[in-house]
Write a protein that binds this ligand. Sequence first.
Ligand SMILES: [Zn+2]
Length: 284
Amino acid sequence: MIALLVFAGAELTMWHQAVAQDNTVMNVPAVINPNVAYVSDDFTLPSKENDKPVYDTYTLAQRKEKGLPLTYGKTREYYYGDHVAYLTFDDGPNDNNTPEILDILKKENIHATFFLTGQNVKRYPEVVKQIYASGNAIGVHSYSHDYKKIYASPKAYTDELVQTEQLIYDVIHVRPIISRAPGGTKGHFTPQFWQAINDIGYIEVGWNALTGDADGTGKTTGTEVENVRKQLAERPYLQSHLVVLMHDAYGHHTTVEALPKLIKMLKAEGYSFRVITPAIPPSW
Ligand SMILES: [Zn+2]
């Protein structure tokens, strides 16, 4: 079994052999993306050093149908670096803000992670393609973002995960295995919720810093950058995995404006940037 399918040399050949053996072509990405990594059929995760976005070539329904494992299991390895930042954007995609953010990331030669809602995937599939093609990471952020609905029960929560991964799969022919609970897990997740997402192979990703772009404290680009600088000074231990929460949905253009300044500040502090992978440590 291949642990990690990266598209270079021998692995590529093995991929095609694996496909030929079980006689199906449906799980081959329509366009092979050299900027991403894939989990294997037996759900072996890439090594913790891998810094490319990780996707599954099967949907959960396809894994069930084929009798393949639905999860990586209980344990995974964490990646701790020195001055590593993960920029994350929730609630998108959006046809305005998200492409602008992608342009900035490209200019800065870095990558970030986008936690998408199913309803916005439906609205802006072309933007989902752009995120994927550019080697930025995609995670699931529920379908509706409606707390009442999604936190009604673990099943209600995972139903929206599955609904959203199917929409994403329809667009990019792979599915994410990382997710972020709207509003965070605190006060929302019971142990049964954690169990339910683990059972279907999802890795929940929190945050440990924020620009305040959604809570009123980050009203200007200056305050957004200053908020992160302050949090870093207060919690220097976060520099091994600084996860910054931002938003790219409609109405968040100040986030776009603040982004180059935020990146500049973090680079000056010695940070490098990674995408969220399954090796992301717990936020705190
Ligand atoms: Zn959200």
